[in-house]
Design a protein around this ligand. Sequence first.
Ligand code: PEP
Length: 247
Amino acid sequence: MRKKILAANWKMNLTQPQVLDWLKVFHDLDWHQPQQELRIYPSSIYLKELVSTGLHVGAQNVFAEQKGAFTGEIAVEQLQSIDVQSVLIGHSERRLIFKEDDALIAQKVRTCTGAGFPFILCCGEAIEQREQGQHLAHVESQLKSALEQFDPAQHSLLTIAYEPIWAIGSGMSARTDQISEMHAFIRDFLEKELGAIAHQIPILYGGSVNSQNASELFSCPSVDGALVGGASLDAQHFHQLWQALSA
Ligand code: PEP
């Protein structure tokens, strides 16, 4: 059985005192659920402090090169050296705002796999692509390019997050039929590319998941969990998603 994952992407939010407040609320709640994995992707300045709490802590970004003159960037080996456990690759904000293209994303995937470092590979279409019926082809091309040299033997490093761009931060999540269609498509693609082990790779949904819609979204059999932005910034709210995932 695939594990369920609930991942908080804090993006460029929360000051140090707010992180401490978040942790205070977090520690007062019951997160015991052996079948589920909780992950926090904070700004990099908080990584070490959060790692010390024993949580699964991941980075929001990593550079494709291994070391050297890349001011402002962070290497996989540096993340591993402070026990960060995974990283997001290909988030739409990195693709759109920071102009990360498919080639760079593929290079990041290779760097992570080369280092045996787990990653969540994000994919998803823009609203225009969906309206033109191009959403499946677009996601396929994103995955094809990112996973071109991916070795199926390393499948345990890979998690996919389907995040339609129009649903991220918009308050309007995708409908369950849209998510089911895309998740089934991604699963088929993975099976074609990687074989039967594809069924062990978690596929998450991301895009305006909140306490109002979580139960419905998590009732989709193809949804193995969620990558959550806005609703993860409040530990109490995030806990409601955790409970919805376990229901
Ligand atoms: C995200 O950025 O990965 C995300 C899903 O954001 P939100 O939950 O705020 O839509």
